[in-house]
Design a protein around this ligand. Structure first.
Ligand code: ACO
Length: 322
């Protein structure tokens, strides 16, 4: 069966860095609280002159360059984002133009919250299996800074902005996924802003901000990671020891550490970037993948597992033979 190999990776962080101490200048918080509860030390935030389009484009260009791939060779672009710069046209449409992709290059925006990037890989895989594409760009570009309440210390300290991309090529590598949706939006959601249509009584308010019950999401996350990875490994007759690298959604270092313990693995198999970026929703796995790839971590034949959880409540794990 044809799946894909990762031929190139790229990422881009906004220039502006906000440290925990910067936040404590206008919030009742501290570097000590944020670091010990989450592992986060700083985050990057879009500022004037930057956009989801600009960082997404840069991440894609870096992935294309690494793969030595001309934009005209790309058959499909999947863009994972909670909300693009515009509601319409989609970010994937805008990126396609900005990158100079072919006019018949098929584009999709995929909104699956923090699971978005891995769901994007899953979507791409279906097209590779159908034989209709040879090269696919999957990019995550997220601006959590636009969705947090900057007056709420329990919320805004956790998040940041980032983009990450991969250029996938058709190949016969082993690739598999395990997905689960426990439909629930009670503990994690972003409502859309209200409208002024006189024919309905929606009352969403005007603020599009993330609402999260941290403790409930935490409990869901530690269970979901173990369930997804165990199920995926069982399907592929693999043991946790056989996996070379685990790339987990970067939401909280304590969640990552709990997974290390539950699988009884060496912590070096679970690299993390949360210190630098905070939680950047679907971009965390894409960014982490690029950083590790550029550090020379992956060898041909390596067994890599990615896993994410988030809004939905959805969780997904991917097994990719490098
Ligand atoms: N600075 C100082 N104190 C704070 C802060 C802050 N930034 N935020 C909350 N506190 C206080 C609270 O008010 C509370 O005070 P109290 O005891 O006087 O009431 C105390 O710290 C403890 O608050 P908790 O919410 O119980 O803290 P907890 O240890 O649960 O950590 C956290 C909160 C970090 C949000 C944790 O629950 C978590 O990481 N949850 C998972 C979040 C997650 O994984 N999200 C991913 C999905 S969403 C997505 O990825 C887009």
């Amino acid at each position: 069966m044809t799946h894909f190999r990762i031929a190139g990776t790229g990422s881009c962080l906004p220039e502006k860095i906000i440290t925990n101490n910067d936040l404590s200048e206008f919030l009742d918080t501290s570097d000590e609280w944020i670091k010990t509860r989450t592992g986060i030390e700083r985050r990057h935030v879009l500022s004037d002159g930057e956009s989801l389009l600009s960082i997404g484009k840069e991440a894609c260009l870096r992935a294309l360059k690494m793969a030595d791939c001309d934009p005209a060779e790309v058959d499909m672009l999947i863009c994972c984002t909670l909300m693009g710069d515009f509601i319409s046209p989609s970010l994937s449409c805008m990126l396609s133009g900005a990158l100079g992709l072919r006019q018949d290059c098929f584009t999709i925006d995929q909104n699956m919250g923090c699971c978005g990037f891995i769901c994007g890989l899953r979507t791409a895989d279906a097209f590779f299996m159908s034989g209709s594409v040879k090269k696919v760009l999957v990019v995550s570009s997220e601006a959590m800074s636009r969705l947090v309440d900057w007056t709420d210390r329990s919320n805004c300290v956790l998040f940041g902005d980032a983009a990450g991309a991969v250029l996938l090529e058709a190949a016969d590598n082993a690739v598999d996924f395990d997905f689960n949706l426990a439909e629930s939006h009670e503990h994690l959601h972003v409502k859309r802003a209200g409208d002024n249509c006189p024919y309905n009584s929606y009352n969403y308010g005007n603020e599009q901000i993330i609402h999260m019950n941290g403790q409930e999401v935490y409990k869901f996350a530690v269970i979901a990671i173990v369930d997804r990875i165990k199920s995926l490994l069982n399907k592929n007759n693999l043991s946790p020891d056989e996996i070379d690298t685990y790339l987990l959604h970067q939401a909280n270092l304590r969640i990552i550490n709990s997974s290390i313990q539950k699988f009884g693995q060496n912590p070096s198999k679970f690299p993390h970037t949360i210190e630098e970026t905070g939680n950047t929703s679907s971009s965390t796995c894409a960014y982490l993948l690029d950083i590790q790839n550029r550090a020379g971590r992956f060898r041909r034949g390596d067994k890599v597992v990615l896993c994410a959880f988030g809004a939905g409540l959805a969780s997904i794990a991917a097994y990719i033979e490098w």
